[in-house]
Write a protein that binds this ligand. Structure first.
Ligand SMILES: [Fe+2]
Ligand SMILES: [Fe+2]
Length: 203
């Protein structure tokens, strides 16, 4: 079954700047997402988005929250309505008059499935973090020390093994890095220490 959204325009430009509060986002997150592993994934991606918006794009708190909110809700419908991923969360956010930038980023986080190209910086980083975050987390769970002492070369070695995170396409990883205009090594170097921090906070 196809998850193609059949459209490339989302939300209403008049809603630019409209966000959910953190409380409202958490309420939606907790009522829609029941699987603890999926929650962890979404929280990790959200934290990486916030850190990138802060450290690399130099956005203020309101700008950082938009990136974080996109990360926190990008898979909100995957748990209970996988056949409607990510149509359902998009429609929910459109009904709530949320900033189109956030909705667009969510709609383009899997362009091969949803048929929406990542265009903005927020789109591209959500796509890249989505690809890499879970992979790095899977690697941490295989290591006795978790994130402690994790090295880029260790992850790259695992990536060459077909059996490791077999459901993550290596082509998609390369595609995501290329689109974001960032070397894989640089992205891994950004993600590892930051994800290590959030993992000890949320797990
Ligand atoms: Fe997804
Ligand atoms: Fe995801």
């Amino acid at each position: 079954m196809s998850l193609n959204l059949g459209r490339t325009s989302f939300g209403n430009p008049a809603n630019t700047g409209n966000v959910l509060t953190r409380e409202a986002t958490e309420e939606l997150f907790n009522s829609w997402v029941l699987n603890p592993k999926l929650k962890t994934h979404m929280q990790q991606v959200a934290w990486l988005m916030k850190c990138w918006a802060d450290e690399k794009v130099n956005l203020d708190e309101a700008g950082q929250w938009k990136w974080e909110m996109a990360g926190l809700l990008h898979d909100a419908d995957w748990d209970q309505w996988p056949d409607l991923h990510c149509k359902k969360i998009i429609e929910e956010l459109e009904q709530r008059n949320i900033d189109p930038e956030i909705i667009r980023a969510i709609a383009s986080h899997g362009h091969l499935h949803f048929g929406v190209e990542p265009v903005t910086q927020m789109d591209k980083m959500l796509y890249a973090f989505d690809e890499l975050s879970g992979l790095i987390h899977a690697y941490s769970l295989m290591r006795p020390g978790g994130y402690e002492g994790m090295e880029i070369k260790g992850i790259k070695k695992r990536l060459k093994e077909k059996s490791f995170a077999a459901n993550v396409s290596r082509e998609d990883i390369n595609d995501a890095c290329e689109r974001a205009g960032i070397q894989l090594d640089d992205l891994l170097a950004f993600i590892i220490p930051r994800q290590a921090g959030i993992s000890s906070r949320v797990l």
